[in-house]
Ligand binder design. Structure first.
Ligand code: ATP
Ligand code: MG
Length: 393
């Protein structure tokens, strides 16, 4: 039997909602493990921790579990632990078993005791177990040293009501809030670097995120869609399941290109994407939209243009990257594994229909006047009927 202790912090602060957050986190862990590995396990909440007990675990599965847990929002850190009874001799022995093959000169014991009925204080446990280990090392003919600050090796002990646990390592999680605890949103996903990062920030705050991508097939090559499919798949590691809506915008783009002044076309496409996305979002009960826009990053993302685009949607439009520069965004894209896909060359929408010199400071009135002369309703409905939905786990 193998045991894991999973810790969370932010959600522990949420007062009355705490149980609800914990329940979602436990469910998320359970579903992901069931989906990705075939091991038998039980999961339970005890004194502000999540305990996972797994039967007959293979080494490669252990590594897989580490990777899964490192992508679940809400987890601060976790440890593979050895179980001991509520008995100081057994605890000392288990600690020794863990560290006897390790190379170190200095060490310390750190105890946390949620079971206040245990007959020794944390301080006393540290001393007694420390003395036991000290003796054992001397018997091996070495000279150990206890060091409280920056020791080579730290052995942790946790004592709760039923058992105690010992371990050497805390593996970092990605923190944030459990996905699903903050409602659901639709993110506009292009094949670029920014929108997957914006989606990561949605997920990090506990928002269940699905995606919509506008493509111009058959006016473009299928590569652009393949990229977005790969990106949605990578992002699915952060939640139990996500959906990708593929909206065919090509015909509409072609119509707009034939019936409007070149320099305003990009904004017209943008507004349309936002309008269509909010329509789908309303129907499917999404609470907000997300984009990867950041002020001034490209000529089309001026405050003036953002204001014009924003007006097209009546849902809240969240832009988590708004104050970030490209370097910071790239770092996150590399960390979450989307960067390598995002930099592959692709055609975002159809370059044939995209203006060479888009307007950088458009006026809402001008755009609205152009829109009033366009007859888009039937085309939009026709395209909506052709939306494809893909699901990823
Ligand atoms: P990205 O790297 O995310 O493509 P970008 O810097 O290239 O961003 P734009 O191409 O101007 O910026 O797009 C701004 C935002 O609009 C994107 O982050 C994305 O949220 C949305 N977007 C752009 N093109 C599409 C598309 N074809 N389908 C869905 N959303 C899109
Ligand atoms: Mg782009």
């Amino acid at each position: 039997m193998s045991f894991l202790i999973i810790r969370y912090s932010e959600i522990a602060l949420k007062g009355k909602n705490r149980h609800w957050f914990e329940k979602i986190l436990v469910e998320n862990i359970k579903k992901k493990l069931k989906e990705k590995i075939s091991v038998d396990f039980t999961i339970e909440r005890i004194s502000g921790r999540i305990f996972l007990s797994i039967t007959s675990l293979k080494n490669e599965e252990k590594e897989k579990i580490n990777q899964i847990l490192q992508n679940i929002f809400g987890i601060t850190n976790f440890s593979w632990v050895e179980k001991a009874s509520l008995d100081i001799e057994n605890i000392s022995y288990q600690c020794w078993k863990l560290i006897k093959r390790k190379r170190f000169n200095t060490f310390r014991i750190t105890t946390q005791r949620s079971n206040k009925k245990f007959f020794l204080t944390s301080e006393k446990i540290n001393q007694q177990v420390g003395a036991f280990i000290f003796q054992k090392i001397i018997e091996k003919g070495k000279k150990p040293q206890v060091r409280l600050k920056n020791p080579d090796l730290e052995c942790f002990i946790e004592i709760n009501d039923k058992n105690s646990f010992v371990y050497l390592q805390k593996i970092k999680g990605i923190k944030g809030l459990p996905v699903g605890s903050s409602g659901k949103a639709l993110a506009l996903l292009s094949g670029g670097i920014d929108s997957p990062v914006a989606s990561y920030y949605a997920l990090k705050r506990g928002v269940h995120t699905d995606y919509i991508h506008f493509h111009a097939l058959p006016y473009t090559k299928p590569d652009s869609i393949q990229k977005v499919i790969q990106l949605a798949k990578i992002l699915s590691k952060f939640q139990n399941q996500n959906k990708l809506f593929l909206f065919p915008l090509g015909k509409i783009q072609k119509y707009i290109a034939e019936n409007s002044p070149e320099k305003f076309r990009l904004l017209l496409y943008r507004r349309l994407m936002h309008r269509i996305t909010s329509q789908i979002a309303r129907e499917k009960k999404y609470l907000a939209l997300y984009t990867g826009e950041s002020v001034g990053q490209v000529a089309s993302q001026t405050l003036e243009n953002l204001a014009v685009t924003n007006q097209a949607s009546d849902l809240i439009m969240l832009r988590p990257l708004i104050g970030m520069d490209k370097e910071e965004i790239i770092k996150i894209a590399q960390k979450i594994g989307t960067y390598e896909i995002s930099i592959l060359p692709h055609e975002d929408l159809c370059s044939r229909f995209v203006p060479k010199h888009p307007a950088t400071k458009a006026h809402l009135k001008t755009i609205q006047n152009i829109e009033n002369k366009l007859n888009l309703q039937d085309l939009i409905q026709e395209s909506l009927d052709k939306v494809e939905i893909k699901t990823f786990n």
